[in-house]
Unconditional design. Structure first.
Length: 403
């Protein structure tokens, strides 16, 4: 009888997942892929994979252009993750057998009017002060690089290391890679964490993380347009264009198939209604910077909800009162660029139970009181003791770890 119970318990343990990931956007799927590739049993819970913010996102990998005042720690994380993107893209393409639209032409940052340029230069000076690669360009130099830019642009700058990827190709590639590595997709929503049975639960549910964890993740609405060049040709520009047009911030992201992503509003609202005013503002600003857009087809106008936090930085790490539950949410505008480093750091935390120092500024405890600080899995001794070694030897995959 005791032997029978012991065997039954062992069988139950073998059936129980090592890791349950709640949310199948880029973050959740990348974590699932990394964990499964390291030999862990992984399930991913999501009724509609890739239907969240990533379905609307432009896919800019812009740690330089998005280095803002007062966000130095976040900028450091963005830079570290962007540096991993070339290897991440190559490995994902090989693992999934499909391209993800990764492009490296760089980003041009521009100002249409004198006031726009003054505002932009203030930010560029800050970015240069951090040692970031920002090269100021005269109007003629801008048009040498992109002849389609408006002749009346007052100036700009080049951020050569700010790249792009197509999120609508990224998510299916990550899903394929995760499933090929052994992760199992469960097409059901999770209403309560108590409904999940796994050694470790990773909450990567975007805005849905608030209800599951109580963390201060709020929806930040963004409206975005998709245009298409006439006759199916490639757009008349290669770089990502970011800038100001009469005070309106705007970006334009060209795709090889002729698509141009034009965005995006930032609204403290929780609806996904597309408004005429937002479409008008985006189109006016986009055409002011690139006049040829007036002849492009308008093929989509859509709104999505970014998962924002009080300090605009992601929430990464164990919940102070639940060390077996890891948050990987709150990425706001940076979910795509932060996908590689989030997946790496969370996977290592699952395996070892020891948080990387890079996680320190981004832990959930910063929002739940100083008394919770320092309660990492290693400190609590429970819940998340590290899963390394439970599934036998680790696979030896080229690119499994990056510097």
């Amino acid at each position: 009888m005791l032997t029978g119970r012991s065997e039954s318990a062992r069988s139950s343990d073998r059936a129980r997942p090592d890791v349950a990931v709640v949310g199948a956007g880029p973050i959740g799927l990348a974590i699932a892929w990394r964990c499964a590739a390291r030999g862990l049993r992984v399930v991913v819970h999501d009724p509609e994979p890739g239907s969240g913010a990533s379905a609307v996102a432009a896919g800019m990998l812009s740690p330089v252009a998005e280095a803002y005042f007062g966000e130095r720690q976040l900028t450091g994380l963005l830079l570290a993750s962007a540096a991993r993107w070339p290897a991440f893209a190559a490995e994902l393409t090989a693992a999934s057998g499909t391209g993800i639209g990764y492009r490296t032409e760089g980003t041009l940052m521009v100002g249409l009017t004198g006031d726009d340029l003054a505002e932009a230069r203030r930010l560029w000076a800050y970015q240069q002060g951090l040692g970031l690669p920002v090269t100021p360009l005269r109007p003629s130099e801008l048009r040498d690089r992109e002849p389609a830019l408006a002749p009346r642009l007052r100036g700009g700058a080049l951020a050569p290391t700010d790249h792009q990827v197509d999120p609508r190709r990224l998510v299916p590639a990550l899903r394929t890679a995760a499933q090929r590595a052994g992760a199992v997709l469960v097409p059901q929503a999770v209403a309560h964490l108590s409904d999940v049975d796994a050694a470790v639960t990773v909450v990567a549910a975007g805005c849905g993380a608030a209800a599951l964890t109580g963390l201060p993740v709020r929806p930040v609405k963004g409206q975005i347009l998709r245009l298409r060049a006439p006759d199916g040709v490639a757009p008349g520009f290669r770089h990502v264009i970011r800038g100001y047009a009469d005070g309106e911030p705007v970006y334009l992201v060209p795709r090889a198939d002729g698509e141009v992503v034009l965005g995006a509003t930032v609204e403290e609202r929780a609806d996904t209604t597309v408004t005429a005013g937002a479409v008008q503002r985006l189109l006016r600003a986009g055409v002011d910077l690139l006049p040829e857009l007036a002849e492009y087809d308008l093929v989509e106008a859509v709104a999505g909800l970014r998962p924002g936090t009080p300090d605009n930085a992601p929430i990464l790490g164990p919940l102070p009162d639940r060390p077996d539950v890891l948050a990987a949410t709150g990425h706001h505008r940076h979910g795509i660029v932060l996908t590689p480093i989030t997946a790496d750091l969370i996977t290592e935390l699952v395996l070892d139970g020891v948080p990387d120092p890079l996680l320190a500024p981004f832990g959930p405890e910063r929002f739940v009181g100083a008394g919770s600080a320092g309660r990492t899995p290693a400190a609590t001794g429970g819940g998340l003791g590290g899963l390394r070694g439970r599934r036998g030897p680790e696979p030896t995959m080229e690119g499994d770890r990056w510097s």
